[in-house]
Ligand binder design. Structure first.
Ligand code: AMP
Ligand code: MG
Length: 347
């Protein structure tokens, strides 16, 4: 489906009367008419549609070019709305909701019979979250529907952290974009399966394992996250993601990056490097992009996707990237970088 025009609204997240803002009113109405709208959340921009309507959900998959076996996260405004979509909610699931919602935590429960089967990709489970962003919450309240929303990018590309990224990928393919400024966390929500005896992390994200453990004790991690050749329990995790157009290679030992750059330049290639403020002056690459401070991984998460997208504008042939310690939000950062690299790491 193509649109002659994609509406664009600028909405100030500090507006005290957000539900009455023109962008929120019009976008909520369009969602009720089964159109699809991009909006900011605290993780990345989402592409939302009425979770109860097959046509709306089919539009989301078509606009993104998303494989139909990759289910969507359903966004709601309240815990009561979530409870209506879930069966057999374990006690630890309730605790996680109470502590981390609204926030960057998606919980997978048994249920999903009340939404379109396209949302759950035919599974008997449903992924739910209340986002922690005033614009997203105002839209959900005003639409008064569960809103299925994957990231608002073309499938395979880095997720959008500003409205321009959405426009670059989806202008003319969706009904509207609410520009609410940049997002906060910068990487997607943590996805936790709540259908077993203990919670299990299916995708690392904005909430860390340590934070979850502090609330519920034992937390398992899907073994597919650390082992190749094991099928992930979350369908979306099997796809290549977040990749810039150039070859993207992770390099564990920062000391050899200089030599690698030199050798590729000798062969006539334009070389990019993804680094941090602390290291940036060390490299003589054609394009040096700096994503935050190594000493503060939250700043790296925030700038990660914008950095990956910027390489596309600079037309490099190959990109070398530093790696990061897998602690705290570093686990999510490395998960995305390893996917962007398609598993290619120079150790
Ligand atoms: P995205 O919306 O692009 O951030 O991706 C949503 C993630 O949630 C994907 O990795 C999906 O596979 C995962 N997900 C959504 N619904 C379910 C579910 N019912 N069970 C397991 N994973 C899910
Ligand atoms: Mg996505």
């Amino acid at each position: 489906m193509s649109y002659k025009q994609t509406y664009q609204w600028v909405v100030d997240k500090n507006n005290e009367n957000l539900r009455n803002a023109k962008g929120i009113k019009e976008a909520a109405l369009l969602i009720n008419q089964n159109e699809i709208i991009a909006f900011p959340t605290e993780t990345v921009y989402g592409l939302g549609g009425n979770a109860k309507n097959d046509e709306a959900i089919k539009k989301i998959f078509a606009a993104k070019g998303r494989p139909s076996d990759n289910p969507l996260i359903v966004h709601v405004a309240t815990m009561e709305q979530a409870a209506q979509l879930v069966i057999n909610q374990p006690e630890y699931g309730t605790k996680l909701m109470e502590v981390f919602w609204p926030g960057p935590l998606t919980l997978v429960f048994n249920g999903g019979k009340d939404v379109s089967p396209y949302v759950t990709a035919g599974l008997e489970t449903i992924a739910l979250r209340i986002p922690d962003h005033p614009v997203a919450l105002a839209l959900l309240e005003e639409a008064n529907l569960p809103v299925a929303a994957p990231s608002a990018n073309t499938s395979g590309k880095p997720s959008p952290t500003v409205a321009k990224h959405v426009k670059d990928d989806l202008y003319g393919c969706i009904s509207g974009i609410i520009d609410g400024g940049d997002t906060g966390v910068g990487v997607e929500s943590t996805v936790v399966d709540c259908t077993g005896d203990y919670p299990m992390i299916l995708r690392p994200g904005g909430i860390t394992k340590e934070q979850l453990e502090a609330v519920v004790g034992r937390v398992d991690v899907d073994e597919a996250l650390s082992q190749q050749n094991v099928a992930p329990k979350s369908p979306g995790m099997k796809y290549t993601h977040y990749a810039p157009n150039a070859d993207f290679i992770l390099v564990e030992n920062k000391e050899v990056i200089g030599e690698l750059i030199h050798s590729k330049q000798q062969q006539g290639f334009r070389v990019g490097v993804l680094t941090t403020e602390e290291q940036k002056d060390k490299y003589k690459a054609d394009v040096v992009i700096c994503c935050g401070y190594r000493t503060d991984l939250a700043t790296v998460a925030k700038r990660l996707y914008d950095s990956l997208r910027t390489f596309n504008e600079k037309e490099v042939d190959i990109i070398y990237s530093e790696t990061f310690p897998k602690v705290g939000v570093g686990v999510a950062i490395m998960n995305r970088l390893e996917k962007a690299a398609g598993g290619i790491i120079i150790r």
